[in-house]
Design a binder for this molecule. Structure first.
Ligand SMILES: Cc1cc2nc3c(=O)[nH]c(=O)nc-3n(C[C@H](O)[C@H](O)[C@H](O)COP(=O)(O)OP(=O)(O)OC[C@H]3O[C@@H](n4cnc5c(N)ncnc54)[C@H](O)[C@@H]3O)c2cc1C
Length: 389
């Protein structure tokens, strides 16, 4: 349930393995974050590899390090037409204070054989064509895709492998029946399945008790300028990497379709109403790229991501035959694809391990007040970001 990267890659894996698979989505494949994200394919999890090794084990670190490889190999293998570019991911810093942390992260991945390197201020200026970066590191495993085209390509591949996909199909109830789990739909239709995968991330509703309250659905907002003129296109991100900055409340950017400069970041908890709700990321764009900021803005849009308390995704299996994966904390193009793959493989054969230990569903206390406390937390992070040098 949920036709984003998690659900679609799980469905594809299961259908290819011979299972009989039905995917349902409230709207259509790619409607959620998967069809409207920034298209940055970034390997890794929030924790650094040494921590992952210590807390979860080396298999989880290897899984995290391989997520971007999986996306590009799926695109290759399935022939998905979605503008894949493997220009690397740069984590850029405007704060000297952050550099030792970035250097340590880079060294930990390098020790595990990843193609990574530090960039000094001159290297950053050359790689980004932007202002104000004091350093950063590049991870050449990363890159970009056109997210909606990637999601639709996965849906097409799942169909070809034998899965069925139903759009306009919101599951509104789930109950144990005689022949398996019975899903009820808003239309009155019913469906029975041995195994149900709930892959609804930031769009999770009240279907399964407590699940919605395990994540904070935050708006991620995104803008894209009018196409850049040739001179700026040659100067800005010439190697076509994707970039995030290292602040707690990060901005991320890349050159997108038609040579537009795209920038994304955290939005308010309510849905954006007008251009004023995008002012903060447009100010960030102007600070890094003042010339590009003089162009008219071509597009502004938003979507929902799922934040968790520990900034890590979670897999739950609260009952035999029901698996859920969510909580990508705004970075799920590579991770959600890889989680979908791992869950599909595990359901086909329990000997295939899941990449993270199963966790219990733990609703956050006073979850209904999340717009208040999460806004306060984000503002506190912004202040800390501002105070750091
Ligand atoms: C604006 C924006 C920019 C982002 N940029 C990046 C980026 O550059 N790089 C990156 O790695 N990540 C990025 N992300 C995050 C990334 O897009 C998500 O982590 C990822 O797409 C999550 O995939 P998913 O399949 O788990 O969920 P989603 O793609 O959100 O899919 C969930 C689906 O579940 C469906 N659904 C919900 N409830 C039901 C129900 N009851 N019945 C049926 N269907 C249901 C919804 O309709 C939806 O289609 C961004 C997100 C946003 C919003």
């Amino acid at each position: 349930m949920g036709a984003g990267f998690t659900g679609l890659v799980a469905a594809l894996t299961l259908a290819r393995g011979g299972a009989s698979v039905i995917v349902v989505d409230t709207v259509e494949p790619g409607f959620g974050a998967s069809g409207r994200n920034g298209g940055q394919v970034i390997p890794g999890l929030k924790d650094d590899p040494d921590t992952l090794d210590r807390v979860f084990g080396e298999a989880t670190t290897a899984f995290a390090g391989g997520t971007a490889d999986l996306v590009f190999s799926l695109i290759d293998e399935l022939g998905i037409d979605c503008d894949p570019v493997r220009g690397g991911w740069i984590q850029a810093s405007v704060k000297h204070l952050h550099l030792p942390r970035l250097e340590s992260r880079m060294a930990q991945w390098r020790a595990r054989g990843a193609a990574v390197e530090m960039l000094d201020p001159a290297g950053m200026a050359a790689a980004t064509g932007g202002r104000g970066f004091v350093g950063g590191w590049i991870d050449r495993r990363g890159g970009s895709v056109h997210p909606l085209a990637y999601a639709r390509g996965l849906a097409r591949a799942a169909l070809q492998a034998g899965a069925e996909i139903f759009r306009d199909a919101e599951a509104v109830s789930i109950k144990r029946g005689n022949g398996g789990w019975v899903l009820g739909f808003a239309s009155g239709a019913r469906l029975t399945a041995d195994q149900v995968v709930i892959a609804t991330n930031g769009y999770t509703g009240r279907l399964w008790p407590g699940l919605k309250a395990t994540v904070i659905p935050a708006n991620s907002i995104q803008v894209a300028t009018a196409p850049l003129p040739d001179d700026l296109r040659a100067r800005i991100l010439p190697g076509r990497p994707v970039v995030s900055d290292s602040r707690r409340i990060a901005n991320y950017f890349r050159i997108g379709p038609e040579g537009r400069l795209m920038m994304g970041g955290r939005g308010a908890f309510r849905e954006p109403r007008d251009a004023a709700d995008y002012r903060r990321i447009e100010a960030a764009l102007a600070s890094f790229y003042p010339e590009a900021a003089r162009l008219p803005m071509g597009f502004r849009w938003a979507g929902r991501v799922a934040m968790t308390r520990d900034h890590l995704p979670h897999i739950h299996q609260p009952s035999a035959g029901v698996t859920m994966a969510l909580g990508y904390n705004g970075r799920g193009v590579a991770l959600a694809s890889a989680m979908g793959r791992a869950i599909g493989a595990h359901l086909l054969d329990g000997a295939n391990p899941l990449p993270l230990a199963l966790s219990a569903i733990k609703p956050m206390p006073v979850h209904g007040l999340h717009p208040l406390y999460a806004t306060a937390m984000i503002e506190a992070y912004r202040v800390r970001d501002m105070l750091e040098r």
